[in-house]
Write a protein that binds this ligand. Structure first.
Ligand code: DQA
Length: 160
């Protein structure tokens, strides 16, 4: 099983940008922790960060037929990008969106969310720990997918 983690604009500046909101942790540290959890659970993981909307759309499309789950923080594009929303809907892969801050209790414009309706679930406001929670959620989804596949395989074998 493979998880792809997609990080949107300015998340490469974590640890530097608005530490009062996003904290001191760098993106590399968050990814190192996620990698550890993935390895412990025998799951492949890939990380991608871009400041460009089209590159994020391309990456989501690449996940089709490749990844079993996506964890995405579309950052500011969350509030504006119909293209990213449509890409997530198109590939139809279980997707968990993460926001480090609680977007519901910030500026009004952050309450608009184009991405959430096409995601399996959202994790908001837990700081960088939200990525760990998303990993736990994704592993659970993958276990359920594997169990469903196994049941289907058994049913087919019984019919044959
Ligand atoms: C963010 C919230 C967005 O509103 C903001 O534009 C970001 C980060 C978060 O993780 O809290 O860049 O997605």
């Amino acid at each position: 099983m493979k998880i792809v983690v997609i990080q949107g604009p300015n998340l490469n500046m974590l640890g530097v940008r608005e530490q009062n909101i996003y904290g001191p942790m760098k993106l590399e540290q968050i990814h190192a922790q996620m990698k550890e959890v993935a390895t412990q659970n025998g799951v492949e993981i890939e990380f991608f960060q871009s400041n460009l909307e089209g590159e994020i759309v391309d990456k989501i499309q690449e996940c089709y037929g490749e990844a079993h789950g996506m964890i995405i923080n579309a950052a500011a594009y969350t509030h504006t990008s119909i293209a990213i929303r449509d890409a997530i809907a198109a590939v139809n892969i279980p997707t968990i969106e993460v926001h480090i801050s609680n977007i519901h209790r910030r500026e009004e414009f952050r309450k608009d969310n184009m991405i959430a309706p096409v995601c399996t679930s959202s994790v908001v406001g837990f700081g960088p720990f939200g990525y760990h929670l998303a990993m736990m959620g994704m592993l659970q989804i993958m276990n359920e997918m594997a169990a469903a596949q196994e049941t289907q395989k058994k049913a087919q074998e019984e019919q044959a």
